[in-house]
Design a protein around this ligand. Structure first.
Ligand SMILES: [Cu+2]
Length: 418
């Protein structure tokens, strides 16, 4: 009678279940893997001599992996997608010689014991779970290399505001020590903020320093058709080493818009080629525009995919909190440039939804909420009266995007009211 040599494994963000697998030595092992998460993953076993791994498994798909007979010992399994193992997608394969009861020697059937406990148990002890969770919270907000959303200063050319963006492949630190293969404008995720005003003549020079073509689409912005940035529909792609000049006059009213890649966008936008395009209020500030006093403004880009679950290109604890003083009016510009819906939930407050897709909602169409579903491509401005002191979590409410046995990760930040 043999101990189990085939195993079912489930992949999610960012965990592999079970996290510990007991297997018999000296037998080929078969793993049936299902990706129950929402982004691609792999499953790999490091045998010491080689790494046996599946191809990339798409969300909702399955794969199997056969690992040749191993000697007794402890081995590691993990997801090979950059950053995922560090986020928790790894576990232990414990191979024990005692896992096999010699078929010939015992002379009998009904052998007991050896195989009964084989199989799978997910594990962290209660103390490990608590201390891992605590360490994450204590590290918040953690320093990482690079911050997106830096204001990009234009140069002026005969009254035209000229902005320069360079699309680059970058190594991007999403949370402490976790570097992913990303793509950024001017080296950051999200790219820099472009600020213009209605009536401005704008030129955006986009250079491509990547190894694949790209284009830029100004999302929600009214532009002439040949400036719309869709490959072969309105322009040829910008090849590696090339550039393209987008030029238009800003006709849209004040609001939050977005620029992003429209070439191989599953990868390029997924890896970070997006940024804010603000049409700033002209003769007033955001507060006058919304009829509410604004003391603190914040931009929050939601991202998912190859960068993991991120807010402004960072996962908790490297996300940055929104900090306000008691009584401040806080305006948060939210944009989803991921590929999934994220319901953003704020603890401690109800916020007022004051704009959608760059359009200021008239007072009778504004509404109160504490959880706002934001689909890919949508933008919302929400207004919070910071009248409740404390550290208030602000996070996506799809739980696998934010919290696992190891604690908080991904799309979690906080509104801190001092
Ligand atoms: Cu989410």
């Amino acid at each position: 009678m043999e101990a189990r040599s085939s195993f079912s494994v489930s992949l999610t963000e960012f965990a592999i279940s079970p996290a510990m697998i007991h297997a018999p030595a000296g037998q080929e092992l078969t793993f049936s893997i299902s990706n129950d998460g929402s982004v691609p993953h792999t499953f790999a076993v490091d045998t010491g001599n080689e790494v046996k791994e599946t191809p990339e498994i798409q969300a909702g798909s399955t794969a199997s992996l056969i690992v040749p007979a191993l000697e007794a010992g402890d081995y590691r399994f993990y997801c090979t997608i950059s950053g995922h193992a560090d986020l928790g997608m790894e576990g232990s394969l414990m191979v024990a010689a005692g896992g096999v009861i010699a078929a010939g020697g015992s002379g009998g059937s009904g052998a007991t014991g050896a195989s009964g406990s084989m199989g799978s148990m997910a594990h962290m002890s209660a103390a490990d779970m608590a201390s891992s969770h605590k360490a994450g919270v204590e590290a918040f907000p953690a320093d990482t290399e690079g911050q997106g959303n830096q204001v990009l200063e234009p140069t002026l050319d005969h009254g035209v505001k000229v902005f320069e963006l360079t699309a680059q492949e970058v190594r991007w630190e999403t949370s402490p020590g976790v570097f992913v293969d990303a793509m950024g404008y001017n080296g950051t995720v999200p790219g820099p903020e472009i600020h213009v005003q209605q009536g401005d003549k704008v030129r955006v020079i986009v250079r491509n320093e990547m190894t694949q073509p790209t284009v830029v689409h100004f999302h929600g912005v009214t532009v002439p058709n040949d400036m719309d940035g869709v490959p072969y529909i309105t322009q040829d792609p910008i090849m590696p080493g090339g550039f393209f000049t987008y030029e238009f006059t800003v006709v849209d009213p004040p609001g939050m818009y977005v620029y992003h890649s429209h070439f191989n966008s599953t990868e390029q936008v997924g890896k970070g080629l997006y940024g804010a395009f603000y049409v700033d209020p002209k003769h007033e500030d955001w507060g006058t525009l919304y009829g509410e006093p604004v003391d603190v403004t914040s931009t929050l880009f939601l991202g998912d995919g190859p960068t993991g679950y991120v807010l402004n290109g960072k996962g908790f604890p490297a996300t940055q909190p929104i900090v306000a003083k008691l009584g401040d009016g806080v305006l948060i510009h939210l944009a989803n440039d991921g590929s999934m819906i994220h319901p953003m939930h704020l603890h401690g407050f109800h916020f007022q939804v004051v704009a959608e897709d760059g359009f200021v909602l008239p007072p009778n169409q504004r509404y109160m909420a504490d959880t706002l579903m934001i689909a890919p491509g949508q933008r919302f401005d929400v207004y919070v009266q910071a009248d409740n002191p404390g550290v208030w979590a602000f996070h996506c409410h799809i739980l696998p995007h934010v919290e696992g046995p190891q604690g908080l990760y991904g799309m979690v930040t906080a509104l801190i009211v001092q």
